[in-house]
Design a protein around this ligand. Structure first.
Ligand SMILES: Cc1ncc(COP(=O)(O)O)c(C=O)c1O
Length: 458
């Protein structure tokens, strides 16, 4: 146990519900929130967090939940990982901000070096650091447009790229992300993605790519396209893993037509899928990669990394921002990246995949509402439909997530149809916690009664 680890901080690594949910302190905070926080900001849990680490999140009433969300795929190295916390504290004691555009510092340079080393491809690379995933996607589009002199951006059905004006335009789902927020940025075009569960039976990745390319070619024209932006596994859209061959075929067509191929690895990056980046599973080398989330152990940091000739096409001063590559966030990223490599967390993600997929496939055999188990590494999901059909069942999905939370397991939902349960545990979670969490998921899915652990707080 390292000093400062979750266990050393007295965070017992177990599921433990000690009050009604939400408990009295959470209810008091909810009452305060109602009078001051904008209604448009929602939270999936009704409880308020006091501490988190390892594989658990503890609320202000002492309830301990197993974390199958990692703050939406962010705290892959563990929440408040001691190495990250120490790096943050040390950097904060030295300086918290100068603005890299004013007074540059080594930590920014070191993060860019790490990104060049870790992202797919051994070509010469450059990076720009920013503060959020959406900002990274915005910058990837700026760079691609500048480098190609073209306007059009192609995205896919079920895509999620963020909540800024341009990235709302790039995101597929209207409610809640886009409804009422238009007009949106122009020159964004949408093509069909490969969605094996819902595509015509037997459609290959290459055939799905041809279907997409036909749409792009006929409706936009290859010569007008600056960038094709795609998530190698579509995240918010439902953890959709395109059929093998789809991504390489799209990337090859982009290369043939001088189109910048952008892999949005904001959710899939940093060991989450069992490789450092999900593009690697199919040997795809993107021209640009956007990263965020897992990069910095919970600190706000994001990046665009890509071919030097594209990145360097932009004039000095054309990229940046006050907080981009904040030194505290960079120090956190360097500590987190060291953990990914030293602990081989990609291998751990593959172990989680084996363990959890076996559980979920066994559950599917008993639960006809599970239409498919899918995902890679520790980015796994089940799609819930009306029994024996492909009709999405969002109500049942919400029930399962709600009942899991009531029993102490934090599970997130996603999907264009709101019918996907997604599992994103921290990669440092213990096997015993994972097993307990998926016992609960199984009980809730099959409707079996579960005893809520009502012991005393640890
Ligand atoms: C694939 C992908 N792109 C972009 C974003 C936007 O990132 P952020 O919320 O940091 O702006 C997300 C966030 O979920 C994402 O999953």
């Amino acid at each position: 146990m390292s000093e400062g680890s979750a266990a050393a901080r007295g965070l017992s690594q177990r599921r433990h519900i000690v009050t009604e949910l939400p408990g009295p302190r959470s209810r008091a905070l909810a009452a305060r929130r109602a009078g001051t926080v904008a209604a448009g900001v929602s939270s999936s849990l009704g409880v308020y967090v006091a501490r988190a680490g390892g594989g658990v999140v503890e609320d202000v009433d002492g309830n301990s939940f197993i974390d199958l969300g990692s703050g939406i795929a962010v705290t892959s190295v563990g929440n408040a990982a001691p190495e990250v916390a120490a790096a943050v504290a040390a950097q904060a004691a030295d300086f918290t901000h100068t603005c890299f555009m004013v007074g540059p510092y080594e930590e920014y340079v070191a993060v860019c070096e790490a990104l060049a080393r870790l992202t797919p491809g051994d070509h010469e690379k450059r990076s720009v650091l920013v503060s959020s995933g959406a900002e990274a996607v915005e910058n990837a589009v700026k760079i691609a447009r500048h480098a190609t002199g073209r306007d059009a951006v192609v995205v896919f059905d079920h895509a999620y790229h963020g909540r800024t004006n341009l990235t709302m335009a790039m995101t597929a789902k209207a409610m809640p992300y886009k409804a009422g927020f238009g007009p949106f940025a122009g020159e964004v075009y949408r093509a069909p993605v490969s969605y094996p569960l819902r595509d015509p039976e037997g459609m290959t990745g290459e055939q799905a790519a041809r279907r997409a390319i036909d749409v792009i070619d006929k409706q936009v024209g290859a010569g007008a396209v600056a960038a094709i932006v795609i998530e190698p596994i579509l995240g918010e859209g439902g953890f959709i893993v395109p059929a093998p061959g789809f991504l390489p075929a799209i990337a090859a067509w982009a290369a043939e037509h001088g189109i910048v191929f952008v892999a949005d690895e904001i959710q899939t990056g940093f060991a989450r899928t069992g490789a450092m980046f999900a593009s690697e599973h199919e040997g795809v080398v993107p021209d640009l990669v956007t990263t965020a989330k897992g990069i910095a152990g919970g600190l706000p940091l994001a990046a665009v990394t890509g071919r030097a000739e594209l990145m360097d096409a932009v004039h000095p001063g054309g990229l940046g921002g006050t907080y981009g590559g904040n030194p505290v966030a960079c120090a956190a990223a360097l500590a987190a990246i060291d953990l990914y490599e030293r602990l081989d967390l990609a291998a751990r993600a593959r172990e989680i995949e084996t363990r959890v997929t076996a559980r979920l496939e066994a559950l599917r055999a008993e639960a006809p509402q599970i239409a498919q188990v899918r995902g890679r590494g520790a980015m796994l999901a089940v799609e819930i439909t009306k029994r024996g059909t492909l009709e999405p069942d969002a109500a049942e999905t919400a029930r399962i997530a709600r009942e899991c939370a009531a029993r102490g397991v934090l599970v997130l939902t996603c999907g264009t149809y709101g019918n996907v349960l997604r599992f994103l545990p921290p990669l440092v979670i213990e096997d015993a916690l994972l097993d307990d969490a998926f016992d609960v998921v199984a009980e809730v899915v099959t409707g079996a009664a579960a005893e809520v652990d009502r012991g005393t707080p640890a």
